[in-house]
Every structure is written in C-alpha cells, then in structure tokens.
Design a protein around this ligand. Structure first.
Ligand code: XMP
Length: 512
C-alpha cells in the first residue's frame, strides 16, 4: 500500500504539543500532515484523508475569534479524534455543551476507562496528563462517556457509530501511559490505516518534492558536519545533485579528524559541489586574548557569517538557501506556536546579505531521532548520524578562557582518548553526551623525578533525555583510571584529570 493512500490530517489549533501528535502518528507507521485548522471539508475529501485529528490549543471555545473547524467535516463520513480543545470545539459544534471551570486541572491524573476501541489492549485505569480549564458537560446526541476523573466527568467521549472521539487529556506526551497506543488504536482500528508507512517514505517523498520545487534552480547549504545540516544536505544532494553547493567552514574548532571525515563523505561520495574553507587562522586570530565566553560565542558567530558570505559571493546568486532546522529548534526559538524558551543559532542565524530567493528547511517538522532515521536511509554513515550534539562554537567553549592552537590540540587529543575509552567499555550506551574540556587551571605535579606545572583536563559525561536537565553518568572507576593514565601519558602539558560530578541544574552541560 502506498503511504499517500493512508493520510491522517492533523488540524492545528495552536496547541504546544502539535508536532508531538504528528510524531506519534508517524511512530504508528502512518503518514500524516499538520494543516491549518480552517482547512475546508472539500479539501480534506479531495486529499482522501482516512481520518482527522483536532489538536489542543490555548483558546476557550467561548473566546472571541476562537478557532473553529469547517462543520462540514462531520458530514464527510471519516473518523475524527478531538484532543483537549479539539474535543471541546467538536462538542460545541455538534450541539453539546462546554462548561467553564473555576480552576485549571493540571498534572498526571488517574483516569477511569470504560470499554472503547480507543483503549483496546489496556486495563480500566490509566495515568494521563490533564491540562485544561474548560471541560465537556452535556454530550452531543449519539455520544457516550468512555473515561472520567473525579473532577472531569467526560475525560473521553465517543460516538462509535459515526467514529467521532474526543479526549480531554493528552495522549501525545510521555506522561500519559499508553498514549501512543491510544493514537495507534485510532489510526488503525478506527481509521483503518495499515501502518505500512516508514521513515524511508519521508526521504523519498521529500526528495521528490524538493526536485519538483527547485527544478533546475541552484541551492547553497552551510554544512557544519552536525547531524541536521548533514541530513538536510544529503536530501538536497539526492534531489538536485550538482546544483547544490555545500560550504563547510572549517573554523579549526572541531574535534580530532572531524573536518576530514566530513570532507570524506560530502566531498567524495556526494554529487553536490563541496567547498571546505580552511578558516582556522582567521578564527584563532579573532579569538586571540579573548576570555569571556559570550564574547567568544559572538566572535565565532559573526566570523562564521563573514566567511560564509565571502564564499557565497564567489558563487553568485542562488535560488535557495538550505538550513538544517529541526522541529525542536523551531520551538526553542519561539517560531512555532509554543512559548519562547531560548534563541538557537540554527534558526534565522544565517546571512542577510547572501543573495537567495527562499530558505528551504526540509527537516523542519522532524524530531532528532527521526532526522537520524532519515540520515540512515540516505546512506550517511552511523558515525555521523549518531553524532552527539556539538555546539556551534565548537571546542572554543570547551577551552576555558583564552583559546590557542596549542590548547585546542591538547584538548583534541584528550577528548579523543576519553571517547575511545568510554566506547571501548560500552559506557557510551548509558551516556548521551561526553567530552573533555581544558580548564585554565594549572597545578603542580610530579613526573619521573621532575616537577611539572601543567593543565587540568575535566571530563564531562552526562545522561539526559532532552539536554534541558542531566545527571552525571556513573562511569566505572576502572574506565576513569585508564582514561586518566592515558591522558597524562599521551597528552603533553596535562598533569591532572578530574571527573565532573555535577548535574544540570545547577551546572550546564558545557563549561561556557
Ligand atoms: P548546556 O551547556 O546549555 O547545553 O547545558 C545543552 C545542550 O546544547 C548544546 N549546546 C549548543 N548547541 N550551539 C549549539 O548548537 C550552542 O551554542 C550550544 N551551546 C550548548 C550542548 O552541547 C548540550 O548538548
């Protein structure tokens, strides 16, 4: 079965978890698209959707201008699942009543379930994330209650004959136990999707769509060697081949051998044009004498744009600028519908002065692990696809204080030893990010019969799900001992190694 024959449309009512709903549907191996809430019933029919999902949203159905769907959707004869605001909006549209509560219900709540196809496969109680103020009171004709909590009489409702379902809680978040199973039941048992769609289809479809969009146009991509820009470049390479030029600004702040690895893949194996700009000296001379972390970041960001612009100008005008923006970047930058958390260098950080018509962001709707899956489909080696997060300013923020070439070389060697030993012992499987940092502490040591006065390396290894909080990984002492011995023996001018046992918070993962 072709994936496009099995389309679920998710109508976006501006909830903060909307892309997460899309992601869950994809996890059920069903193709879906997030579309505007006011898409017409005719368009939904024309596209042959097998079902629609209404997302949550911040509005109350009673607010002026509260977003409403085309009511004809309920006459199409296709299944509907309304989540939170989506459920309330459906209830109101179909003649039921939404009530206003005095206070918000928020948190993980035990919900009593009745038998319904949505809850097939699990028991009569389920912990779910509730986050609402309004709630459904009187049900529209033909509906019955299928879940309740002490404070929410209609935590889920159904009209099984018409295949309309509403849930007040959020099945898309991890806090809701069996959440993905509820979505799976809806898309497969209610909508009848077979679940044959795979991430490989995303790669194929995206390549096709990019080819149609760009045609014979030219595209430019700033390749950092990180996962996101690499996968974006790989999609464009498949789509338009040599009409894509990748510019890889080697700022000399990369890990050991990293620049050569990027060149090996993109310069040799890909059809696209690849330019590696050796800008180490430029960056290091700008960084000379600078100790303040924020100043370092700023200099690197600005210099990156300068170098990129100079190279881009040599190429002349291009039609498209490719960026590896992924969905969490969009959210963090407040460019999606969620609240702003922090600005991110990937979004909107690239040149104003490069002459291009449009930005292409083929990974904008995907989460990191999905991006990795696409990368694998496109044949990018695991080593690159599984690469840990690496900050844009590179090793410059892992050399505490002033950055010099000698310090960077010391750090590169120590960092490689740490990574090699963790991987050798399999400790890397429990850790999500690990690296060495060169502190600006020098201390006295003794080697052979000599006094030394050398640098201290700090080892950082953390376990985390989302990188917003983290704990230090319990690396075995034996591993640490070997790392320490190798670093002081093999890296000149390092005579002390410490392991960082601070969580985030209060520390951050990086040192600067
Ligand atoms: P912190 O140090 O804030 O880092 O705990 C959280 C995660 O973000 C990465 N990081 C960056 N990534 N540009 C990036 O692309 C940056 O400037 C940057 N600073 C930190 C860091 O490696 C960790 O995974």
């Amino acid at each position: 079965m072709q994936e496009k024959e099995e389309l679920i449309l998710i109508l976006d009512f501006y909830g903060q978890y909307n892309q997460l709903i899309a992601r869950r549907v994809r996890e059920c191996n069903v193709y879906c698209e997030l579309v505007r809430y006011d898409i017409s019933a005719d368009e939904i029919k024309r596209r042959g959707a097998k079902g629609v999902i209404f997302t949550g949203g911040p509005a109350s159905v009673y607010a002026d201008g509260a977003p409403k769907c085309d009511p004809k959707i309920f006459e199409l004869g296709i299944p509907v699942l309304g989540i939170c605001y989506g459920m309330q909006m459906m209830t109101q549209t179909l003649g039921g009543e939404v009530k206003r509560a005095d206070k918000r219900e928020y948190g993980e709540t035990e919900v009593a379930l009745e038998s319904s196809v949505l809850f097939d496969g699990f028991g009569d109680k389920n912990v779910c994330l509730m986050s609402h103020t309004d709630f459904v009171g009187d049900l529209p004709d033909g509906f019955r209650t299928i879940a309740r909590t002490p404070s929410c009489p209609n935590a889920a409702i159904e009209n099984a004959e018409k295949k309309f379902y509403g849930i007040q809680f959020h099945p898309e978040v991890n806090n809701t136990v069996n959440g993905t199973a509820i979505i799976d039941n809806f898309v497969k048992k209610v909508c009848g999707c077979s679940g044959l769609w795979k991430m490989s289809a995303f790669a194929k479809e995206t390549v096709k769509a990019l080819r149609e969009k760009i045609g014979d146009g030219k595209a430019l991509c700033a390749l950092s060697g990180g996962v996101d820009s690499s996968v974006a470049a790989a999609l464009l390479n498949e789509a338009i081949g040599e009409n894509l030029t990748c510019i890889f600004v080697d700022h000399g702040l990369l890990r050991k051998n990293e620049g050569d690895e990027v060149e090996e893949i993109f310069g040799k194996r890909f059809k696209s044009k690849f330019i590696r700009v050796d800008a180490e000296e430029r960056f290091l001379s700008k960084l000379a004498g600078v100790e303040d972390p924020e100043k370092k970041r700023k200099i690197i960001g600005e210099e990156f744009i300068n170098v990129f612009e100079e190279e881009a100008k040599k190429i002349g005008s291009v039609d498209y600028l490719v960026q590896g923006t992924i969905y969490p970047d969009v959210v963090e930058s407040g460019k999606g519908n969620g609240a702003t958390i922090k600005s991110h260098h990937n979004v909107g950080g690239l040149p104003d002065h490069v002459d291009f018509r449009e930005i292409v962001e083929p990974l904008r709707d995907l989460f990191k692990d999905e991006v990795r899956a696409v990368g694998r489909e496109l044949g990018i080696p695991d080593k690159l696809v599984d690469r840990q997060p690496f900050p844009g300013p590179g090793l410059a923020i892992r050399v505490i204080g002033e950055v010099t070439k000698d310090k960077l070389d010391m750090l590169r060697d120590a960092d490689l030893i740490f990574r090699e030993e963790l991987e050798r012992d399999g400790v890397n499987r429990e850790a999500n990010q690990y690296f060495a940092a060169l502190t600006n502490v020098r201390s006295v040591g003794v080697m052979g019969d000599y006094r030394t006065y050398d640098y201290m390396i700090a080892l950082r290894c953390v376990t985390t799900v989302d990188f917003m909080t983290a704990t230090f990984t319990r690396v075995p002492y034996d591993t640490l001992e070997r790392v320490s011995a190798r670093i002081v023996n093999e890296v000149k001018h390092v005579n002390r190694v410490v392991y960082d046992i601070t969580g985030k918070p209060p520390a951050t993962i990086e040192y600067e």
